[in-house]
Design a protein around this ligand. Structure first.
Ligand SMILES: *Cc1c(COP(=O)(O)O)cnc(C)c1O
Length: 482
């Protein structure tokens, strides 16, 4: 039934919609009050749609109720849904960075579903220090004297600056005044912490002498910041961290290194060979007083900021009232502890380690397995083929390094562009996030976790039908199919 603007009176009353069986089921799930709100909102939307100049179909009453049901489901959905990462970027900030080890999460359940010894000394019964055991375990791993865990690395940097550099000067190379992304800009953080910026060197070159000349009685620290997401190449130079440490010691100022990603152990892959990329323990061993890094980048754990280094410095940060505002909770501590334990074992079982350490041959085998599961007709329909790809670590580590990988390229069935394919994969209940290279849709299988392979296969098998359905729907909406 197609009706025009005068047909809006035909919209069913909310009271009648409530009496439908579908509505009774929804009322049981969400409560009557929320259902009434949702029905009113849907009816109001329909009224606007009907008034719009285009002739529109008035949906049947049960479909109106179902639409209200979808609205309610969307607003009550879990805050996160699982997605299949086929981007080839191992640490993708938009996709939640490091996937967590299931064992690490399981370890958090026991202590967190009951009361816990979060801040109690078992021997004395007195108030204890939050996370003391986790701190010891981390120090044993990377070699610092003490450590502190906060909400994220941005908070760690903020806390370091607030504790040691407020109303004082921070000496930093001009080429390290970086924007990490998502609005995290080093100069802004420095300004927020009330310290003044003492930029040294030129964009491409900075010498030890530049640092030396900049240090004066107002200097609070030398700050080194990992450039994270870009590389400087060509006529460039900067002093090594060891040289800076020596200078800092001689001039009695602390050297702080914001490592960003927090590599724990050097990996065997050629992509990890860059000697300028220091591990956390190397940065401490060459003489940094404090090192900070994220928990959910190369470290492979939960979102957190980890600061490790001199005990006196860590104690001063712990005594800063700001620490109370940025410290981690018990859930994070438990998952951090389990992640640190995995690094101690060195068995490479953290998901991010598996993703990065797999050889190109391993990934090629995964590609072949997926193609086999797809079957010949789907391969034909999608014009799917195996291709060599280049994956990346992401998460602000090794910005310049391509990791040899393998993936599946998809042609353009029914003349649909790569963008339409990507959108169709993204809009399924479990989204598959792909990339587009040279106008072709590419699924890099390095970052597709073993557990996600069946979902990826399903997504690809459904793709021809889904594309056909969206073409039909677009045609039915009166808009031309792209
Ligand atoms: C990622 C990054 C940060 C921010 O870390 P969050 O944990 O996201 O707050 C800060 N500094 C550097 C160098 C980084 O790479």
């Amino acid at each position: 039934m197609t009706i025009d603007a005068s047909g809006e009176r035909a919209l069913p009353a909310v009271g009648r919609l409530l009496s439908l069986p579908e509505a009774r089921a929804l009322a049981d799930t969400y409560g009557r009050e929320l259902l009434v709100d949702a029905l009113r909102a849907v009816v109001a939307e329909l009224r606007i749609e009907l008034r719009s100049s285009r002739a529109v179909m008035l949906p049947a009453a049960d479909r109106i109720v179902r639409r209200a049901g979808s609205r309610l489901a969307a607003s009550f959905a879990a805050p996160l849904g699982r997605v299949v990462n086929a981007t080839g970027v191992a640490l993708h900030t938009n996709l939640g960075r490091a996937p967590l080890a299931e064992s690490a999460l399981l370890q958090a359940i026991g202590p967190c579903t009951g009361y816990s010894d979060l801040e109690i000394e078992r021997t004395t019964g007195k108030r204890g220090q939050r996370g003391a055991a986790v701190e010891r375990s981390l120090c044993a791993l990377v070699g610092g004297e003490a450590a502190l865990f906060v909400n994220n690395n941005a908070a760690a940097v903020l806390l370091v600056l607030d504790t040691f550099a407020r109303n004082r000067a921070v000496v930093i190379a001009r080429s390290q005044l970086v924007e990490i992304g998502g609005g995290f800009r080093l100069p802004d953080i420095l300004e927020r912490s009330g310290c003044s910026l003492r930029e040294v060197g030129c964009t491409n070159r900075v010498h030890l002498g530049d640092y030396e000349a900049a240090i004066d009685p107002a200097t609070a620290m030398i700050l080194v910041v990992h450039r994270s997401n870009f590389a400087l190449r060509g006529f460039v130079s900067e002093p090594g961290v060891a040289e800076l440490a020596e200078l800092a010691r001689a001039r009695h100022v602390p050297l702080v290194y914001d490592l960003g990603s927090g590599l724990i152990a050097r990996r065997s892959g050629p992509w990890c060979a860059d000697p300028a990329e220091l591990t956390v323990s190397e940065a401490l061993a060459v003489g940094c007083d404090l090192v900070s890094f994220s928990g959910d980048k190369m470290f492979g754990g939960p979102q957190a900021g980890i600061v490790v280094g001199r005990a006196s410095r860590i104690a001063a940060m712990g005594a800063n009232p700001l620490y109370r505002a940025v410290r981690v909770g018990k859930l994070t501590l438990c998952v951090l502890a389990a992640t640190i334990a995995a690094h101690h074992r060195g068995d490479r079982t953290l998901p991010v380690e598996r993703v990065l350490d797999a050889s190109q041959e391993d990934i090629r085998a995964r590609v072949e397995r997926v193609l086999e599961l797809l079957g010949e007709s789907v391969i034909q329909a999608l014009q799917a083929s195996a291709v060599a790809t280049e994956a990346a670590t992401g998460g602000g580590a090794f910005p310049d390094v391509a990791i040899p990988s393998f993936g599946i390229a998809i042609g353009a069935p029914a003349g649909r562009g790569a963008e339409a394919l990507a959108a169709t994969l993204r809009e399924r209940p479990t989204p598959v996030i792909a990339i587009i290279r040279h106008d072709r849709l590419l699924l890099d299988l390095r970052t597709v976790l073993e557990d996600d392979v069946p979902e990826l296969v399903r997504a690809m098998q459904e793709l021809p039908d889904r594309l056909a359905a969206t073409s039909l729907q677009t045609a039915a909406d009166g808009r031309p199919a792209p």
